[in-house]
Every structure is written in structure tokens, then in C-alpha cells.
Design a protein around this ligand. Structure first.
Ligand code: NI
Length: 169
């Protein structure tokens, strides 16, 4: 397995466009998913979408468990039901050093494929529902700061720049 560098806001086109559906469920995909698990854990994240490592494909990995031992992947996911709404504050590995409050459904049902191409459904609420919405947004080129007004978004991007400068020193 190997770590893959995470790209930050405006650093890579893949982050900001609609990702392509996955059509081949092969060895290369299985390896990519293993690398994404490793990269997510290394970055201390609870989710990572392929566009965040510069790959414009509809793949994301998630693990919201405390022990970080329940990873799963979603491929070509689609939200088929949503209900409720609340404001949720969350960070994003592609906008480090910031937290953003965005409107999220409290309950979602997601239809998706696994790494072998098999379809399954996930019914989620709470943290998992928020996380799934965040990762699926990534697959459509949308980051949580894209929900903000231009002024607030600029402030977040400045915070990110400062954070990145500090972490390079
Ligand atoms: Ni994110």
C-alpha cells in the first residue's frame, strides 16, 4: 500500500468537476481503494474522495468508527432519499485548517456499488449521513466551502493558506 498526496482547494481540476463513473471493477481499483484507506487514516480523516487525490472518478472511502477499523468504500453512489435538515460543522482534508457549517439532510439513503461492482444500499443518519453527503458532494466537484457566501469562502481560503504556510515551516 502507499500514501497518495492530498490536493487542496484550487490546486487540482479534479476537485472542482463532476467525476466520471467507475466502469471497471478490477485489481487496479482494489489497490486504489486500499491506498485511499491508508491515505485517509494517515490524514486522520473519516472520509476521502478520489478527487481529493487528483482522480476524477466516483470513488470514496469512509470510516466513522472511533477505533478506525470499519472502513468501507462507495463507488458510483447516489442519494436516493433524503429527509430532515440541520446545519453541520465539518472539516475537509482539501481545505485544511478550517471548519465550515453547511446545510445537510439528517437522514439519507444511498444506493452505491462496492469494490466488486455489487450494488447495495446504506441507510444513514447523524454523523454517517453527514459524512456520506460530504463525500458524495466531492464526486460532483462540490466542497463544503462552496456553500458559503463569497466573503466567507474567501476568509476560509485565507485561513487555509495560513495553515499551509505554518505547516510547511
Ligand atoms: Ni472533504
Amino acid at each position: 500500500m502507499s500514501l497518495i498526496p492530498i490536493v487542496y482547494y484550487s490546486q487540482h481540476a479534479a476537485l472542482h468537476k463532476v467525476a466520471e463513473p467507475v466502469t471497471e471493477f478490477n485489481e487496479a481499483l482494489a489497490k486504489l481503494i486500499q491506498d485511499m484507506y491508508e491515505t485517509m487514516y494517515d490524514a486522520d480523516g473519516c472520509g476521502l474522495a478520489a478527487p481529493q487525490i487528483g482522480i476524477a472518478k466516483r470513488i470514496a472511502v469512509v470510516d466513522i468508527s472511533e477505533e478506525k477499523n470499519k472502513p468501507f468504500c462507495i463507488i458510483n453512489p447516489e442519494i436516493i432519499e433524503r429527509s430532515g435538515s440541520e446545519m453541520m460543522s465539518a472539516g475537509c482534508l482539501s481545505v485544511p485548517g478550517t471548519y465550515t457549517t453547511t446545510p445537510r439532510a439528517t437522514h439519507v439513503k444511498v444506493r452505491t456499488q462496492d469494490e466488486t461492482g455489487k450494488f447495495f444500499e446504506i441507510e444513514a443518519e447523524g454523523v454517517l449521513a453527514h459524512c456520506l453527503q460530504h463525500e458524495i458532494d466531492h464526486l460532483f466537484g462540490k466542497l463544503n466551502i462552496d456553500y458559503l457566501s463569497p466573503l466567507k469562502k474567501n476568509m476560509s481560503l485565507k485561513k487555509m493558506e495560513k495553515f499551509l504556510k505554518r505547516s510547511q515551516q
